[in-house]
Design a protein around this ligand. Structure first.
Ligand code: GLU
Length: 426
């Protein structure tokens, strides 16, 4: 099974994702004139855990999957970051994602470090009972190293509030007390936060609209294309539409659709709730994934996986603004091309930070045992995102840097200050 899963991973993913991530870090570290020792520390993960997840198929057969948790950095607080269930999950990918979580939490000033987890599996081939068994075993393997003050997982690609509920229950059973604060992204009934489900998509739109205003692009005149229609893409599409923008392109793993007149976003959401995917959606012309990424639009939102923009695709992108709903969608070569072409990029660690920001609110609410109204969550979310987006913009302007380098600069500076205050325990 494991071999088969590896074979399904696209070859571009074989090039180190963590290597690309480090390239972005180095640019900002140069700007900050960060010394070699601190660079060495910050480019090494604190802890990487790999383990086997044996489980029983509904058919009675036993299988073994591989689970990972990387706790990248703890300088600003407990590790924080999602758990991904996907055939392409590798240690390299999880490490890169944990690295990005470190800067993402720092850039929006959350009291967390960075972490990420994953299981190399294809949830489309698993029943709900099989997913539950895998999740419980995954959680049980991590009992000693996760917890509200140690490491707080959350949803990521293909993991849902239900998966978080199973994780929380397994952990709580092991430690013999109810521990909602061990994970975020839980269902509302068991300590979830209002607004968490839409939070990443909401954050994408908040950042995009603020930057559009900066560029003089009015929402009613703007066209948007979104790659991915999962938890990030679908809510971003809905919120763009609600703000008067025209969503002209959408896609998921089954295909992409373009409609110059505007996609019926609510219709697409209904379609996916009914059929699981966009397959068979009639609301636009069927196009390829590459055509979607290079389609005529003002704002382009990659909201799927890493390494979507190769140099070749980047050179054909027509959008004026790129808002990275996904983690790591842009390779460093593509980033250079965007810079040359004058395409503004709101980097992943800022653009998709809405999810982890509301995760922070959930963690805080769980610890207080007092839950906020949705309007309060959304208002605080906007405040966290906009104040830091504007701080990044100010750095970008004063240092003549891109928003990405500015975001890393702000984040690295915050992590370095925390590390130096605590001191390196050697
Ligand atoms: N998986 C999301 C991310 O990449 C959310 C993480 C969290 O809420 O901890 O940012």
């Amino acid at each position: 099974m494991t071999t088969a899963l590896r074979e399904t991973a696209p070859s571009v993913r074989d090039v180190s994702v963590f290597g690309d991530a480090i390239a972005y870090f180095n640019e900002a570290a140069d700007l900050l004139e960060l010394d070699g020792g601190m660079r060495r520390i910050l480019t090494h993960p604190s802890r990487q855990i790999i383990f086997s997840i044996p489980f029983q198929r509904d058919s009675g057969e036993f299988e073994v999957y591989t689970g990972y948790r990387v706790q990248y950095n703890f300088a600003r607080g407990p590790a924080k970051g999602g758990i991904r269930y996907h055939p392409g999950v590798t240690l390299d990918e999880v490490t890169a994602l944990a690295f990005w979580m470190t800067w993402k939490c720092a850039v929006v000033d959350l009291p967390f470090g960075g972490g990420k987890g994953g299981v190399t599996c294809d949830p489309a081939t698993l029943s709900s009972n099989e997913l539950e068994r895998i999740t419980r075993r995954y959680a049980a393997e991590l009992v000693e190293v996760v917890g509200p003050d140690k490491d707080v997982p959350a949803p990521d690609v293909n993991t849902t509030p239900q998966v978080m509920a199973w994780f929380m229950d397994t952990y709580s059973m092991h430690v013999r007390q109810n521990m909602p604060g061990v994970v975020t992204g839980k269902p509302l009934e068991i300590g979830g936060s209002r607004g968490r489900v839409e939070a990443t998509g909401r954050g994408v739109t908040i950042c995009a609209l603020d930057e559009m205003a900066e560029m003089g692009l009015r929402p009613e005149e703007a066209t948007i294309a979104i790659q991915g229609f999962g938890n990030v893409g679908r809510y971003a599409a809905k919120l763009f539409k609600d703000r008067g923008c025209k969503v002209v392109g959408i896609s998921d793993v089954t295909g992409a659709y373009y409609n110059e007149q505007g996609i019926n976003v609510y219709g697409a959401m209904e379609h996916t709730s009914k059929f699981g995917t966009l397959e068979g959606f009639k609301g636009g012309d069927r196009i390829t994934n590459t055509e979607l990424l290079t389609s005529p639009c003002d704002v382009l939102v990659p909201a799927a996986l890493e390494k979507v923009f190769t140099a070749e695709i980047a050179s054909k992108v027509q959008a004026k603004l790129l808002v990275e709903g996904a983690n790591g969608p842009t390779t460093p070569e593509a980033d250079r091309i965007f810079r040359e072409k004058g395409i503004v990029v709101i980097p992943d660690i800022m653009a998709n930070a809405g999810g982890v920001t509301v995760s922070y609110f959930e963690w805080a609410q769980d610890r207080m045992g007092y839950f906020w109204k949705e309007a309060e969550v959304n208002e605080k979310l906007e405040d966290f995102l906009l104040s830091n987006l504007r701080a990044i913009r100010a750095i970008a302007n004063s240092r003549h840097a891109t928003l990405r380098t500015a975001a890393y600069t702000l984040a690295i500076d915050r992590v370095v200050k925390a590390s130096l205050l605590r001191g390196i325990y050697a």
